[in-house]
Design a binder for this molecule. Structure first.
Ligand code: PLP
Length: 421
């Protein structure tokens, strides 16, 4: 296992910084012993990921906790980045991204999803999807505005909403058979006069849910009725498996939605380059330009030599995208079977890098305790999903495993998990 990458995801970055010295920050406060951190960020202290990663290192466990691949992306893309570094692409790229990348994103949106965007004004390159999400929320939400998102949610959503002084309104996804579903009544009730934004992640981390056309149509009609902006996190857009109930469908393609939707995605998951942090947002010019106004003061620009490489990768033949997905699907099947054989109740994901599983059949009642003991019990690390909920009881017995790992790593994890039975 490449342990050097253990703390590579945004969810772990805070904790890596924390472990490497931010703990001492109170000494830097004007008033000794006062916590200098703004109150709105205090709920985001040490996360479970630092603890789990430290456990993985201490016990030599196989880390299926974090969502990064342990192989590199397409060779053409890697070569293009190396070539860009050696041919002078090492200074600030333009704030909105190099034209080549913006054109490639526009072409990708047209080819795959039938969405038309003007590369000059309707597309913006960002430092990963994470920056696009943060800049979008900071640009579009006034303090007190409400943001609807489905829980369990990707952890940066809550932090970005808090930074903006906005309020999150989670709607719960609950397992029903193999799929996760939401209660349409609960969703309708979440929309109100303060709702500014729907933040929608499909395919969804951590549940692996792919929202169906019917579900998206309900969401779209509520956005239109309440004049709400839809912001979509589509980083797993190419990772929908062959047996999913629906293909990936950007909500922007539904009637009346293009003009109120900002689509966000990134290269990290599709091209196995999570460390490059090249992302993008596409949408109507007035939304994109608002986001750019904020983004220019966050990073201004990033990833000079990686932008042309990602532009090239976006234009790879369809066989790259389907081949990558098919290969990941076999790894999904392998891990799902291994987890089932070890006694978990598995919720088979329709997409993404992750599978969630109920620990109740193994006698588990609390995912955090379960994950804390898992490395000692069998040498594997997983992540408790209750940390992604505002209502942790909803996910108390559900844990998440990543299958974006080499087959031999998964085989080893599976043989270790058998010790649980
Ligand atoms: C749902 C979701 N959104 C966004 C991200 C982060 O994307 P990026 O690395 O491009 O910032 C991740 C990474 O795990 C994710 O799972």
């Amino acid at each position: 296992m490449p342990t050097g990458h253990l703390l590579a995801t945004p969810e772990a970055m805070i904790t890596a910084a924390w472990d490497s010295g931010f703990r001492r920050l109170p000494h830097m406060a004007v008033t000794p012993d006062a916590d200098p951190l703004v109150t709105r960020m205090r709920e985001f202290g040490t996360t479970i990921f630092a603890e789990m990663s430290a456990l993985a290192i201490r016990t030599g466990a196989v880390n299926l906790g974090q969502g990064f691949p342990d192989t590199d992306g397409p060779k053409e893309m890697l070569d293009a980045a190396a070539e860009a570094i050696h041919s002078g692409h090492n200074q600030y790229p333009p704030g909105p991204g190099i034209p080549e990348l913006r054109r490639a994103v526009a072409e990708h949106q047209r080819t795959w999803w039938g969405l038309e965007y003007d590369p000059d004004g309707e597309i913006l390159a960002t430092a990963g999807a994470t920056e696009a999400i943060a800049a979008t929320i900071l640009a579009l939400c006034e303090p007190g505005d409400e943001v609807i998102c489905f829980e369990p949610y990707y952890d940066s959503y809550a932090a970005s909403i808090a930074l903006a002084g906005a309020v999150r309104r989670p709607v719960t996804l609950r397992p029903s058979g193999d799929r996760y579903e939401f209660d349409p009544g609960e969703l309708r009730a979440a929309f109100g006069p303060r709702t500014r934004m729907l933040l929608l992640n499909s395919p969804h981390n951590p549940t692996g849910k792919v929202f169906s056309r019917e579900e998206l149509s309900l969401l779209a009609s509520l956005c239109i009725e309440h004049d709400v902006v839809a912001v979509t996190d589509e980083v797993y857009e190419h990772l929908v498996f062959s047996d999913a109930g629906s293909p990936h469908l950007p909500i922007a393609t539904l009637p009346g939605m293009r003009e109120r939707t900002l689509c966000i995605s990134s290269a990290g998951k599709t091209f196995s380059c999570t460390g490059w942090k090249i992302g993008w947002a596409s949408g109507p010019a007035r939304l994109v330009s608002a986001v750019l106004r904020v983004k220019q003061f966050l990073t201004f620009a990033n990833g000079g030599p990686f932008q042309p490489a990602v532009a090239l990768a976006l234009g790879l033949p369809a066989s790259y995208f389907t081949g990558f997905r098919d290969d990941l699907e076999t790894r999904r099947d392998l891990l799902c079977q291994g987890l089932t054989d070890s006694g978990f109740r598995v919720f088979r994901p329709e997409g993404t890098y992750f599978v969630t599983a109920d620990i109740s059949p193994l006698g588990g009642t609390d995912g955090v305790e379960f994950c804390r003991s898992l490395p000692e019990r069998c040498g594997v690390v997983a992540v408790p999903t209750q940390v992604f909920y505002d209502h942790p009881d909803e996910g108390r017995r559900i844990v998440r495993f990543a299958f974006c790992k080499r087959r031999e790593v998964l085989d080893e994890a599976i043989s270790r998990l058998r010790r649980l039975g």
